[in-house]
Design a protein around this ligand. Structure first.
Ligand SMILES: Cc1cc2nc3c(=O)[nH]c(=O)nc-3n(C[C@H](O)[C@H](O)[C@H](O)COP(=O)(O)OP(=O)(O)OC[C@H]3O[C@@H](n4cnc5c(N)ncnc54)[C@H](O)[C@@H]3O)c2cc1C
Length: 166
């Protein structure tokens, strides 16, 4: 794998240069922080796709760090909103765990009405996250820089997280 880090679900422009693979001539300041292990992956954003990517990467044996509050984009949507997607369309997966919508309903003794309400979907994804991606670092990534073959993230409390070079 060319980079020991995969960055997905990035909004607000953060990380777009890294995602396009452009070399960005920046100066990395010397600062205290942590360096991730070579077989670790960082996922920025704990939405449905970021969580699912993390679940599959975990199942592949990688050490995955997910940053951001779970479903924060969805939590800001209108309270009474009903989803347009079908039940199959909102079912999240894991290659090893039974964490589909049906499994959630069975485990929690609930039956979701159709169309599925946003609040019900949030409860399901929260359950999914606890099963498939139990550890979430809720801090936001406020800056992402790329320097040659390394990424450096700055978290909202100032901590710096580096990916190792090749
Ligand atoms: C009104 C509305 C209704 C929708 N209805 C449906 C529907 O019925 N069915 C459907 O399938 N899709 C629907 N969508 C689309 C749905 O929102 C996306 O398909 C889905 O959320 C994409 O998942 P994602 O994980 O890629 O991104 P997101 O859900 O956007 O998750 C990305 C997460 O990353 C976080 N994040 C961003 N930047 C950072 C950072 N720097 N550090 C840490 N965290 C960060 C965000 O806060 C967010 O929580 C709807 C969208 C809208 C706006």
């Amino acid at each position: 794998m060319p980079f020991p880090a995969v960055i997905v679900s990035v909004r607000d422009g953060i990380g777009m240069n890294g995602a396009r693979g452009e070399a960005i001539p920046i100066h990395l300041p010397v600062a205290r922080g942590t360096t991730m292990e070579r077989d670790s992956v960082c996922v920025i954003g704990a939405g449905p796709y970021g969580l699912t990517a993390a679940a599959y990467l975990r199942a592949a044996g990688l050490d995955v760090r997910v940053f951001g509050e779970t479903m924060s984009f969805w939590k800001a949507m209108p309270t009474g909103m009903l989803l347009r997607s079908t039940r199959e369309g909102i079912t999240l997966h894991d290659p090893q765990l039974k964490v589909g919508l049906v499994d959630y309903e069975r485990a929690c003794g609930v039956e979701l009405a159709t169309p599925v309400a946003r609040a019900d979907y949030l409860a399901y994804v929260d359950w999914y996250q606890r099963q498939a991606v139990p550890a979430i670092d809720t801090r936001r990534v406020v800056r992402l820089d790329r320097f040659e073959e390394r990424f450096r993230m700055q978290l909202d409390d100032g901590e710096l997280v580096d990916t190792p070079g090749s």
